[in-house]
Design a protein around this ligand. Structure first.
Ligand SMILES: [Zn+2]
Length: 149
């Protein structure tokens, strides 16, 4: 069990560890890449608590609201309706339910990895480091909550 601040702090430690590994063994990310990795990693460190009143829920539902207003403004009503349907799912689930599973840790960040493949139609795994950081952030949350072992 931990507060949002605990998840942010431990998430940062894990994210910096991953960035250290990536930059020493795989490639040198730019400062811009590193900042982006930290933001994405922290979002995934907060994501699992979207199912309860938390910092993560405030952050994500604010982002969801902005996205939904944008979709409505663009008159993408069908997309807005499906988006609204999907974003309500976490709050209907019990706290520490599916958002706190190891399977969700792998699947929820998967669009990050698959988006370039879908966009280009080629096996483009250029987002693999970002996906690794997202899973790291998610992992840090589940580890503190005692949901990994
Ligand atoms: Zn949690």
């Amino acid at each position: 069990m931990s507060s949002g601040k605990g998840h942010i702090l431990f998430g940062l430690i894990c994210i910096f560890g991953s960035i250290f590994l990536i930059s020493n063994y795989f490639f040198k990310p730019t400062i811009q890449d590193i900042v982006f990795y930290i933001v994405v990693g922290l979002l995934f460190a907060l994501w699992p608590d979207v199912d309860t009143k938390s910092i993560g829920q405030k952050v994500f539902y604010t982002m969801f609201l902005i996205m939904d207003v944008y979709l409505i403004w663009k008159q993408e009503f069908r997309t807005a309706a499906y988006f609204g349907l999907i974003i309500i799912l976490p709050v209907l689930a019990k706290h520490r339910g599916w958002t706190h599973s190891r399977l969700a840790m792998i699947i929820v960040p998967l669009p990050i990895l698959l988006y370039p493949i879908w966009q280009t139609g080629t096996p483009d795994f250029s987002n693999l480091p970002l996906y690794a950081i997202a899973v790291t952030g998610y992992f840090s949350h589940l580890l503190i909550d005692g949901k990994i072992f």
